[in-house]
Design a protein around this ligand. Structure first.
Ligand code: NAP
Ligand code: GCO
Length: 265
């Protein structure tokens, strides 16, 4: 086998919401694999923060302010990228939000906001890049799903519904555009130490670990939270020619948590 299959040389990758966290780590890995990096985030402040972080790492990037829920803004951004940088070979739908609210206390507006960012925006971004991918003879779309694409838990109804829908959108893009040599797969991170999960890991007043932190560590065969680096290899694989015959799949990078019933109390 030619290991060049894992290279992203000559490819242009757009990672949404990649000023920090999982998106930033994926962009770092794609750069190391040879790709040209484009990212967006929702505010000028976040994009500037991201640009500074990439500069610190010596990673040349193009950064844009764009709200991925705004179809007009996304279409305009894709046009700009295609004009200024070139065709988009790889899209990573990474931007996301979560609101941890008991369902009976969640307003329909709060529900819609989560679904808008976590499900409708990946639809909008994929719809915007697919025509260019078809013209180019193919492409890669990676949707950042979640364990909540498979499981529910208290207070995350909108997030779980959106991430479950994102798993099915992944399968549908595979079904509809696999014939155009577009591979659309998901990555389902387990519990990853990023700002999004910081509230679940906060030290208690007495200095002890957050109960949820202890719960996740005990439920994960790997016995730890994931790091954003744990996602880099799987992301490069799904973005590269090495996965050309993998389509409609969600690759769970979760330390084994989804496979494990848990220790007997
Ligand atoms: P995150 O806190 O979820 O943030 C993702 C980025 O997207 C942030 O920069 C965020 O900006 C941005 N964003 C939010 N709404 C946006 C919009 N409308 N337009 C453009 N950008 C927007 O970071 P993360 O923990 O690295 O998560 C990244 C992805 O992985 C998300 O889809 C998340 O659901 C998923 N995920 C995370 C975990 C985990 O354990 N961390 C596990 C499974 C899946 P703001 O900072 O303003 O929100
Ligand atoms: C939560 C967490 C999870 C993780 C991730 C797990 O509140 O349960 O935020 O949703 O972010 O999605 O895969």
């Amino acid at each position: 086998m030619d290991m060049k299959a894992f290279s992203l040389e000559g490819k242009t990758a757009w990672i949404t919401g990649a000023s920090y966290g999982i998106g930033f780590a994926i962009a770092e890995a794609f750069h190391a694999a040879g790709a040209k990096i484009v990212f967006n985030d929702i505010s000028r402040e976040l994009v500037d923060r991201g640009l500074a972080s990439y500069r610190e790492k010596g990673i040349p990037v193009h950064g844009y302010v764009c709200d991925v829920t705004d179809e007009k803004a996304v279409s305009a951004l894709v046009e700009t990228i295609e004009k200024e940088i070139g065709a988009i070979d790889i899209l990573v739908n990474n931007a996301g939000i979560i609101r941890r609210i008991p369902m009976t206390e969640m307003s329909a507006e709060e529900w819609r906001k989560v679904v808008d960012v976590d499900l409708t925006a990946p639809f909008i971004c994929a719809k915007a890049v697919i025509p260019g991918m078809i013209r180019k003879g193919g492409g890669k779309i990676i949707n950042i799903c979640s364990m909540m694409s498979e499981l529910g838990r208290e207070t995350v109804s909108a997030y779980a519904a959106a991430k479950g829908g994102l798993k099915m959108l992944t399968r549908n893009i595979c079904s509809e555009y696999g014939g155009a040599n577009i591979q659309c797969n998901g990555i389902g991170p387990g519990y990853i130490a990023t700002p999004q999960t910081a509230p679940l890991r906060e030290r208690q007043k007495d200095g002890s670990r957050h109960p949820f932190d202890q719960f996740i560590v005990s439920k994960t065969p790997a016995g730890r939270w994931g790091t954003t680096e744990d996602l880099q290899g799987p992301a490069v694989f799904l973005a590269s020619a090495a996965s050309d015959f993998v389509n409609g799949h969600v690759l769970y990078v979760d330390g084994g948590i989804l496979a494990y019933i848990g220790k007997q109390p």
